[in-house]
Design a binder for this molecule. Structure first.
Ligand SMILES: N[C@@H](CCC(=O)N[C@@H](CS)C(=O)NCC(=O)O)C(=O)O
Length: 213
């Protein structure tokens, strides 16, 4: 199986890259320079007509959406232990947090990230950050309560749900200050060797081809 991840640093494409590093399977990175219009090239539009990252190519098949990509990779490499098996009852919590990260949590942290760190100052809208923080309060409180006394969302088992939720919390930076258990959680995630490798632009895992399915 030949895996290629279309990738721009500091975007949602970190999620599947982090997961690929956790899985320890070989993959290639195809850098798309979004900031230099790389998403607009005809060649990349043939991969993703939206011009966004990530995209995953597996042999001749292409998949979009960071959540779907992470879900699929986790299940195709289920023996690597990044999710409970489908007939394990803790899979219910896993599915919940996977979907929560995309459907419930993500929008406001993304706006906060855009309007406090990504956009040039002249394009930021001042009112958005306090609004988004207010709107997100109950989601953050729920997560903070969930993680009190626990290492990861499913307890001691680190799963892809931690990648999806944790990478989204990382956009919030100091906006997490009122949530001590979330700050500890994010710190714990940032210390994982696979995360450190994933955010290092030059790292590509060199695992032998025989390890792929
Ligand atoms: N829901 C999609 C969102 C993809 C997305 O919007 N990615 C951003 C980077 S984080 C992007 O490529 N933006 C450039 C564009 O949409 O032109 C996912 O999770 O994969």
């Amino acid at each position: 199986m030949d895996i290629t991840l279309y990738y721009t640093p500091q975007t949602r494409s970190v999620r599947p890259r982090w997961l690929l590093e956790e899985l320890g399977v070989p993959y290639q990175l195809e850098h798309i320079d979004l900031y230099a219009g790389g998403g607009e090239s005809e060649a990349y539009k043939a991969i993703n007509p939206l011009g966004a990252v990530p995209a995953l190519k597996v042999d001749d098949d292409v998949m979009l959406e960071s959540g779907a990509i992470c879900h699929w990779l986790t299940d195709i490499f289920i023996d690597k232990g990044m999710a409970p098996h489908i007939d394990d009852r803790s899979r219910m919590a896993y599915e919940q947090w996977m979907m929560f990260s995309q459907a419930t949590l993500e929008m406001q942290p993304w706006l906060i990230f855009l309007h406090s760190r990504v956009l040039p100052e002249s394009q930021r809208v001042e009112a958005i950050v306090p609004w988004a923080l207010r709107y997100n309060r109950r989601f953050l409180k729920m997560l903070n309560d969930e993680l009190t006394g626990k290492n990861f969302l499913l307890g001691d088992q680190f799963t892809t749900a931690d990648i999806m939720v944790g990478s989204t919390l990382m956009w919030l930076a100091e906006a997490l200050n009122k949530y001590p258990d979330l700050i500890d959680y994010v710190q714990r995630l940032k210390q994982r060797p696979a995360y450190i490798r994933a955010i290092n632009e030059d790292t590509v895992m060199e695992t032998s081809r025989e390890e792929t399915v």
